[in-house]
Design a protein around this ligand. Structure first.
Ligand code: GLU
Length: 307
């Protein structure tokens, strides 16, 4: 199959949708992004790549970073991790406090904010400080994308910090239930920095390729996870990767995926390829509206869903 032709068809078909939806506006640094942008990149396990649109444009990876921090925490703590965080879809918005209260401070999964904050906490405990935990996540991403030139957008990180009330509330609530070992400030600092990493779709599709090859990068042969752990990350991406629209994404796209409010989505075709798409305007559940449509078109046209 000629994937470049498929990308071209997708690009033509999504054009009328560009600009529909709304860019994230919970921090000023994201509110001013041009909503008309679109990019899509494929990296195959054999190393071939296919790109269309503004694929050099770096954007804030936001919640996509949770895939990498979850990978690190799972490889450190293995089964123990599930004492602190669940693996069920939440059916609630990404930053919801309500469920956390009645479930006694144990977040539903590692991909909602509360879960990602617990994951940050475990990495801080393992590495000894918030700075070291962030460095571990940052160097993991450089490693998995085989690229030293990944950057953090400190403007976004500062903006997150200045608007951190809800994430602080989530952290404080978990601390009150005894499910946060480190100081709230340390946890949210490392968490916001990982959300503020900037990458383009080429880099992101490359960075998650290990998930398309049972935990080992098929190009460099670096091992990040064992096959069973890679299966677990992909499964949680399938069931929980799109907040309260995870069921809809699975229904429409049929691939493990993770979105971020910066407008990016990564998706994995196990055994074959990883895909990243970017278009900043979001649907009501906070997932890229055009990005979701582009991935739906991709699996429809290629038959490459996991089902
Ligand atoms: N930094 C965002 C927050 O914690 C991440 C949101 C997201 O991409 O889901 O509010």
């Amino acid at each position: 199959m000629n994937y470049q032709d498929v990308l071209k068809e997708i690009h033509d078909e999504i054009k009328p949708l560009l600009g529909k939806g709304q860019v994230a506006d919970y921090i000023p640094a994201l509110a001013k992004i041009d909503p008309m942008q679109f990019a899509m990149s494929i990296t195959c396990n054999d190393g071939s790549t296919y790109n269309i649109g503004s694929v050099e444009e770096k954007f804030s990876i936001q919640s996509i970073s949770k895939v990498f921090s979850f990978t690190i925490a799972l490889s450190i703590y293995r089964k123990e991790l599930w004492k602190r965080v669940g693996r069920e879809p939440s059916g609630n918005p990404f930053n919801s406090l309500v469920q956390l209260e009645y479930e006694a401070g144990k977040p539903r999964n590692p991909f909602i904010n509360a879960g990602a904050l617990v994951i940050s906490d475990t990495i801080i405990s393992h590495h000894g400080s918030s700075d070291k935990a962030f460095k571990e996540i940052f160097s993991f991403i450089k490693d998995s994308s085989d690229n030293e030139n990944i950057e953090v957008d400190m403007h976004v990180a500062d903006s997150e910090m200045a608007n951190s009330h809800r994430n602080r509330a989530l952290s404080n609530l978990m601390k009150s239930f005894g499910n946060l070992d480190n100081e709230v400030d340390d946890v949210i600092q490392s968490y916001f920095k990982q959300c503020s990493i900037s990458m383009n779709t080429k880099e992101l599709s490359r960075a998650v390729l290990y998930l398309a090859n049972s935990g080992t990068d098929p190009i460099t042969n670096k091992g990040f996870l064992n096959p069973s752990q890679a299966k677990r990350i992909n499964s949680v991406m399938l069931t929980c990767g799109h907040y309260d629209a995870s069921g809809d994404f699975a229904y429409r796209v049929g691939l493990p995926g993770k979105s971020g409010v910066g407008g990016g989505i990564v998706a994995v075709v196990p055994g074959k390829m990883s895909i990243a798409v970017f278009s900043p305007a979001l649907n009501e559940q906070g997932n890229s509206l055009v990005g979701t449509k582009a991935l739906e078109l991709f699996t429809t046209k290629t038959g490459l869903s996991i089902f």
